[in-house]
Write a new protein. Structure first.
Length: 251
């Protein structure tokens, strides 16, 4: 099951009927939209589960075969069981070739490892958005939008307005905003480690300076005289004379 798949009309509806349908290996669904009434359908569960792993199945125009006829549809909703790998219900919307559609298209990021932010600055590139809301005719709907990151520098961001969209495709934003889709930053952990190393270096220099000052100080906290200096010799002689005078007075 690629972009073309087969469904079968579903004759019974209701919670009990859907449970029995799922036990038989089928998944219940519905096709709606356009000028035709909604049509309950059923699909092969395993084939549908496999198709849902394909990114294009979620964002491309699909061809639905039903009762020997084909129609263009979009996947609009998938309800999954809370903890089982089981599809509870699936919704498809008919497509009118002459009416614009609103879809989410996946973003594909390339060349991030070659950007100056990564190669020169050691930054990481954060993919802020993984898809983009677009507005276009069905024939112009892209399967994905490619974003080249090769020129991204440190602390630079790519906004929706910077994207090169295919012809006929318009990005949908809200409130006049220009959302960021990717940005290059230094990881917070690395920044904190650099700050810690810088703080330890400053602290180590301060301790070393205190040690040098302590070595230069005398026993009583006074600065020791320099060896070979005249001032040092004079101070030593004065202290010696004072001690001798005190001894004579005691006698």
């Amino acid at each position: 099951m690629g972009n073309e798949f087969t469904a079968f009309p579903r004759a019974t509806e209701g919670r009990g009927a859907n449970r029995r349908l799922r036990r038989s290996g089928r998944a219940p669904g519905v096709v709606y939209g356009g000028s035709t009434s909604p049509q309950p359908i059923e699909l092969d569960h395993n084939a549908l589960m496999h198709a849902l792993r394909n990114e294009a199945f979620h964002s491309s125009i699909l061809t639905l075969k039903l009762d020997g006829q084909t129609q263009q549809v979009l996947l609009r909703d998938v309800q999954m069981h809370p903890f089982k790998r089981e599809i509870l219900h699936v919704d498809f919307q008919r497509v009118d070739a002459n009416r614009r559609i609103h879809m989410k298209v996946p973003l594909h990021f390339i060349n991030g490892e070659n950007s100056p932010a990564v190669k020169l600055s050691g930054a990481i590139i954060s993919h802020v958005a993984t898809d983009l809301d677009v507005w276009c005719l069905p024939k112009d709907l892209p399967s994905f939008i490619e974003i080249d990151l090769s020129e991204l520098t440190l602390n630079q961001s790519i906004h929706v307005s910077n994207l090169k969209l295919p012809a006929g495709v318009t990005a949908v934003t809200h409130g006049g905003t220009d959302p960021v889709v990717a940005t290059a930053v230094i990881p917070k952990m690395v920044v904190e480690e650099v700050a810690e190393v810088a703080a330890e270096t400053v602290e180590g220099e301060a301790v070393a300076a205190e040690g040098e000052a302590a070595v230069a100080a005398g026993p009583g906290g006074e600065k020791a005289p320099e060896k070979g200096s005249e001032k040092g010799a004079e101070k030593a002689a004065e202290k010696g004379a004072e001690r001798g005078g005190k001894k004579e007075e005691k006698k």
